[in-house]
Structure formats: C-alpha cells, structure tokens
Design a protein around this ligand. Structure first.
Ligand SMILES: Nc1ncnc2c1ncn2[C@@H]1O[C@H](COP(=O)(O)OP(=O)(O)OP(=O)(O)O)[C@@H](O)[C@H]1O
Length: 258
C-alpha cells in the first residue's frame, strides 16, 4: 500500500522575464506505507519543490497528489488543513520559534485542536521523553545545540500523530556524530510508530544508512528508483555512478595533489 502517490507532477516557476521555468517534470512516485524512502540529488535538482507538493505547500502546476487515497488538490481549505496535520515536516534550519521555550514550540501545532490543556501537556511530556529533552523543556532554542534543536523540531512535527514525516535535509547542518544520533532517532520512530519517513538529502550515506527504497533526482526528474542496495550496487545511469563516485563513503574519494 502506498501512503503517498504522486502522478505526473509538474511544477513551473516564472522567472523575472515572466517565462515559465520547469522545476519538476512529469514526476510519478509511490511511497510505501511504513517505509523510510530516500530522495537524493544535488542542490537544485528539485527535491524540496517535489516534497513540498506532498502537503501542497507547493501546489503543482499539473498532476495529482494522493495521500491515503485522498486527492489533496481537490480539498477545500479546512479539509486540507486537517490532512496536513497528518504530514509532519522537519528542515535543515529547524524553523523553531526563538521566543518560545522547547515545551511551547512543541505545543504550538496543538493550538488548533480540541484537546484540553492537561491533555496537551501530557502529549508534550511523552514526546519530550521520546526525543530525550525532558530536562531542557524550559530552555529557549538559543540555549540548545543543533542536534537538540532538531530533536525539538522532530517532537513538534510528531505532536499531531502524523502518518508521515518529511525530513528535508534535516541533518545537513549537523556534524557526523549528531547526524548519526538524529538518523538513529528517525529509525526508532519509524519502527515504534510505523511512521513513514521521506528523507530528502544530497548525502548518499544518509540514504544508505536508513532508506529501504530510494529515488534519484536530477534536473526536476526522477532518473532511477528502486531498493537502495540494488540501486547503489548496480547503478543504471551515469548520474548515479557519479553520485557514488563523489560520495564520502567511496574510499577512493580524495582530493588530488596540485
Ligand atoms: N519559489 C521559486 N521560484 C522560482 N524558482 C524556484 C522556486 N523554488 C525553487 N525554484 C527553482 O527550482 C529548482 C529546484 O529547486 P529546489 O529547492 O526544489 O531544489 P533542491 O534539490 O531541493 O535543492 P536545494 O537542496 O539546494 O534546495 C531550482 O532551480 C530553484 O532555483
């Protein structure tokens, strides 16, 4: 079963001369329920634009977006708001509210719900414990490390019990050890809550560490997709071969003497 089905998605942007520039070109993609699914490509490939169509933060110029069998592009604003609550998102730069404590940041998405204040507080406590931040609940983002900030963002993304978490370069600003810890947390959440995770990254090692399936993006298109091990053991395109060649996990990767 697919939790997300993108069919023939096109996204065009207008440049300063009002010309239409294609950023996503006829992309169709199925994301299986409960999986960690990687989308990898270089900067500018269209990864962020594509995943933003999943919750219609970016409306596609054409194409259909099915989330749990519901066509999102047809929904009225109230129904779309409700559907979006089931799609959590985390970002490279965390996007926390600086003037709010850790606890207040995590509480924020619950504002629109009908839960009572004690119910809200109980939910936040569970999540603080899950992401190992109980002791820092009353701190402000500026008092936290990058890894701790991303943990707050993860807890906030999970507070409405989403079916899917979209991680857009969530570890790109973190050092390798912290990256490992965040990836470990994502893996735990996937196993514990059967949470589908879409992992957008330009780093091959992030995809190979976690994702069962992967899609390779270049110039707005998906050029190869399939089981991660299979794709990287037997790349079918010169682009994927190059991605492997320049990845940090390639032992031959070294800067030559000049
Ligand atoms: N709002 C916008 N208006 C015009 N062009 C845009 C807009 N958003 C993205 N683009 C263009 O669409 C293309 C894809 O950008 P996108 O951010 O999706 O790529 P990406 O693979 O996520 O790269 P990065 O990791 O660097 O963000 C780029 O050429 C970008 O300049």
């Amino acid at each position: 079963m697919s939790i997300i089905e993108l069919n023939h998605i096109n996204v065009n942007f207008k440049n300063s001369q009002k010309e239409s520039i294609p950023a996503i070109k006829d992309v169709s993609l199925k994301i299986p329920t409960g999986q960690i699914f990687g989308i990898i490509g270089y900067s500018g490939a269209g990864k962020s634009t594509l995943v933003r169509t999943i919750n219609l933060l970016q409306r596609p110029t054409s194409g259909s977006v099915l989330f749990n069998q519901t066509e999102l592009t047809n929904l009225k604003p109230a129904a779309l708001r409700q559907a979006r609550q089931k799609i959590g998102m985390i970002f490279q730069h965390f996007n926390l509210m600086d003037s709010m404590t850790v606890r207040e940041n995590i509480l924020l998405p619950l504002q629109e719900t009908t839960l009572t204040p004690p119910q809200k507080a109980a939910k936040v406590d569970v999540l603080l414990n899950q992401v190992n931040l109980t002791d820092l609940a009353d701190q402000y983002p500026r008092q936290l490390s990058g890894g701790q900030k991303q943990r707050v963002a993860i807890a906030r993304a999970l507070v409405n019990d989403p079916d899917i978490l979209i991680s857009d370069e969530a570890t790109s600003a973190l050092d390798p050890k912290t990256t490992y810890q965040i990836l470990q947390l994502l893996k735990e959440l996937n196993a514990k809550y059967h949470l589908t995770i879409v992992l957008i990254t330009h780093e091959l090692e992030v995809v190979t560490a976690l994702a069962q399936n992967v899609a390779i993006m270049a110039a707005g298109e998906i050029i190869e997709t399939g089981p991660t091990q299979q794709i990287f053991n037997n790349p079918q395109t010169s682009f994927t071969q190059e991605l492997i060649q320049y990845s940090k996990i390639n032992p031959a990767w070294e800067v030559t003497d000049v």
